[in-house]
Design a protein around this ligand. Structure first.
Ligand SMILES: NC(=O)C1=CN([C@@H]2O[C@H](COP(=O)(O)OP(=O)(O)OC[C@H]3O[C@@H](n4cnc5c(N)ncnc54)[C@H](O)[C@@H]3O)[C@@H](O)[C@H]2O)[C@@H](O)CC1
Ligand SMILES: Nc1ncnc2c1ncn2[C@@H]1O[C@H](COP(=O)(O)OP(=O)(O)O)[C@@H](O)[C@H]1O
Length: 445
């Protein structure tokens, strides 16, 4: 890298950006492109890319939205036939694409008034392409902060940034395209598992295994009010990833009718405690903790966690985490990663905060991007807690069990949905199929 001539990385980034814009537009000649240009390298990338596109016959105008800009890049745009112009309202169809090169990875969250005034009168139906990140989002936190732009496509370089993975910023990025420009990168502060990572972590049955060596998971869930939550937590646990499932609770008869494989109380390697347990939650939690095995704590049991639980995975949604931390739900939703990390430190364990992109805070931070908004359906979280419990029983460490479980859950939701609505029961049924696909693709079975 040190041997690259000055500006070579920027040229590579600009070429990648121009290619992505051309792909989005389905062509370049005659297309009308507006560049929103800020003071730094992000604006430089946009200007150089604009030059590439202008040379291929696009009409490119740059709106200079700061008092300074990248001089060489602007000169390159002008040489290629591009021009500068003053911001103006843009109705639908007035231009083909707007490229957001206002702020990049070094910027603070929020937008100055001059940028906001230029962007507000642009029709929301004009596609936006962001350079590195939509301007204004919290690059290193994923937080929405104040005002920020939204993109249909975000083109980033070298590696994903936290804003591409963590909500709410991730939701402002649209589709994220990664362009390799030959950067020498430090280890990522946040990870996101892919299918191959999950294949490497998932426990595989060995020829000499029997049901007890594969791990027994116990489920304490359901009540007279919510027998269904007990059934669904069992459905997530009873997907073949552990050797056996035990159930303890007041829905035992219903559970046995639906899941004849499931047995009653006894020794377990991991507990799942909480879904639908209502008034029994505190006692169930105390009994599970007394067993001194790893455990998943969900739903009603979360309100009874008062001391650190080092072997636990806590699986709150934003409302439950807000209640645990004594803050407003909106505060958690605006900064999910920060609150999950705070809770992990406070309770001395892994905290998985459910949402569109689920964040897992423990020894490191992982974000699950697998899934579909069709998962926002009653009982989907109950299935997740059972699934993570099975992975704990099968021997995964809490951080891996939470992140692998979350990935499988998202992939099963996507598979079951196939673009349409699903129930939590459909979701649980799809989990073995996702594992089977992984086995075929990655284990050669
Ligand atoms: N079939 C069943 O028997 C089901 C039973 N369930 C049980 O129903 C009980 C109540 O669960 P709830 O999750 O509704 O909790 P609550 O009704 O206690 O909700 C707590 C707070 O969180 C907010 N909130 C609810 N869902 C949220 C979400 N997904 N994201 C962000 N904020 C959210 C609510 O506005 C509320 O302020 C639990 O015992 C749960 O396990 C649910 O799991 C759904 C299915
Ligand atoms: N908009 C969304 N996009 C993707 N996944 C979602 C979305 N909303 C919720 N989910 C997922 O669905 C599940 C819902 O769990 P939870 O809120 O506990 O519901 P319940 O208590 O009804 O089971 C979680 O795994 C969460 O990550």
């Amino acid at each position: 890298m040190a041997t690259l001539p000055d500006g070579a990385l920027m040229q590579r980034a600009a070429t990648g950006l121009a290619t992505a814009v051309a792909d989005l537009l389905g062509g370049v000649y005659g297309r009308r492109i507006v560049l929103l240009v800020g003071p730094g390298d992000n604006g430089g990338d946009a200007l150089y890319a604009g030059g590439v596109l202008a040379r291929r016959g696009a009409s490119v105008e740059a709106w200079l939205l700061a008092d300074t800009w990248h001089d060489d890049a602007l000169a390159a745009l002008r040489r290629a036939g591009g021009r500068t112009s003053a911001p103006r309202p843009l109705r639908a169809g007035a231009v083909d694409v707007v490229v957001d090169g206002v702020f990049g990875i070094g910027a603070r969250p929020g937008l100055p008034p001059r940028v906001a005034e230029a962007v507000i009168p642009i029709s929301s139906s004009i596609p936006f392409v962001a350079v590195d990140v939509p301007s204004g989002v919290g690059v290193d936190t994923g937080e929405g902060g104040g005002m920020h732009l939204r993109a249909d496509l975000t083109v980033t370089f070298g590696t994903h940034k936290i804003a591409h993975l963590a909500d709410p910023a991730a939701q402002a990025c649209g589709v994220v395209e990664l362009v390799d420009i030959g950067l020498d990168l430090p280890p990522a502060p946040v990870e996101s598992l892919g299918e191959a990572d999950v294949a490497g972590l998932l426990p595989r049955p060995r020829p000499d295994d029997h049901k007890y060596t594969r791990g027994v998971v116990g489920v304490r869930a359901g009540s007279a009010t919510y027998p269904g939550a007990g059934l669904l937590a069992v459905a997530g646990a009873n997907t073949g990833l552990a050797g056996m499932v035990r159930y303890v609770g007041s829905a035992a008869e219903t559970v046995k009718q639906h899941h004849p494989e499931v047995v009653g109380p006894g020794r377990v390697q991991a507990w799942v405690v909480g879904p639908g347990t209502a008034d029994d939650a505190e006692q169930h939690l105390a009994e599970a903790v007394a067993d001194d095995v790893p455990l998943v704590v969900d739903a009603d049991a979360l309100g009874h966690v008062t001391a650190p639980l080092p072997q636990a995975v806590l699986t709150p949604h934003a409302g439950e985490l807000a209640a645990m931390l004594g803050v407003e739900r909106k505060a958690v939703e605006a900064a999910p990663l920060r609150h999950a990390t705070d809770a992990a430190a406070r309770f001395g364990c892994v905290v998985l905060l459910k949402g569109n992109h689920t964040g897992i805070a423990g020894e490191r931070v992982r974000i699950t991007t697998a899934g579909t908004p069709w998962l926002a359906t009653a009982g989907a979280g109950d299935v997740l807690s059972g699934l993570i419990g099975a992975l704990l029983a099968a021997g995964l460490a809490p951080f891996d069990a939470a992140s692998v479980g979350s990935w499988l859950h998202g992939a099963a939701g996507t598979l079951a949905s196939d673009g349409g609505p699903i129930t939590a029961t459909d979701l649980a049924r799809a989990i073995p199929r996702v594992v089977q696909q992984i086995a075929v693709r990655h284990w050669g079975l």
